[in-house]
Design a protein. Sequence first.
Length: 307
Amino acid sequence: MLVINFEIGMVCSLADPEATIQTSRDLHATFDPRTGEMSTIEGIQVVDFEGLVTGAGAAEAVEAVLSASKSSGIFYLTNCGLLCSLSGQTGGLDFYNSSLFRDDVRSDLGVRADASNSRGYIVEGGEAGVNWFVERKEGFEYGDDGGTGNKANKWPEGAERRKMNIVFEEMQRIKNALMELVFSNYLGEEVMGREGWEGGRKLDLIRVFRYIACASDEGGKSLGSSPHTDWGLLTLILQEAGSVPALQYRDSRGVWRDVPPVRGSVVVNAGDTLELLSNVDHAGNAETLKSPVHRVQHCKEGGGGGM
């Protein structure tokens, strides 16, 4: 299973031993009777990105994004161009698999992420947010390709660099639209001006994770990613089409709920910084935006998800 995270910020982790698990077997969707289109999936809001940016249905899209961000902190985007197209194709993300997750890359210390530069290949088990979990994944991190020093990308030989940079630019396009058309207006210019999010490009990261198939969760010790919140503004998540449900968020009752892969969609969740900014004392009546606790649970007794 392949998941691509575009993080406007990094990841911090927290413990959550109390939450219960709720895993759905079938995809449950509701429809807007006015348009006949999906309005929610598994109770998660679906937002028409094209309607947001073209102005056709923009007011409804803004309302949907804000409503989701105040309640669960997570929503789906559809009609978002290339990224939605990639998630709708079987094998649409295979250029990441073929370029990054090979034996020669795994053994090349020159492209490995390290303490001085987090970009590059992340070995299996090399990242764990909570130390009593084993995270069954390998990954690769990259960002703006114009960076230098500890902001320079470490490209393996033969990497599909052009395609990966196109994905980065598409992620930027979606981020900029959401910040400009929704969140900056909501928070107010004095709290979140354009320079605050547009100037963060050098800090924005794409983290590609390949989750390793496992038949057992080893008594609850194995996860794909341990429970955490993202400390940045937004995270955009592109899940491989046809994957088993593995991404989950914790709802207000402490129940883990699936965020299943949906063809032609990108998942968006708010981060800690957006939540904090929504609590800043400023003009207006802004309600708190929520940074959801989420995890990846792909190791389960009796079988697990994998490539």
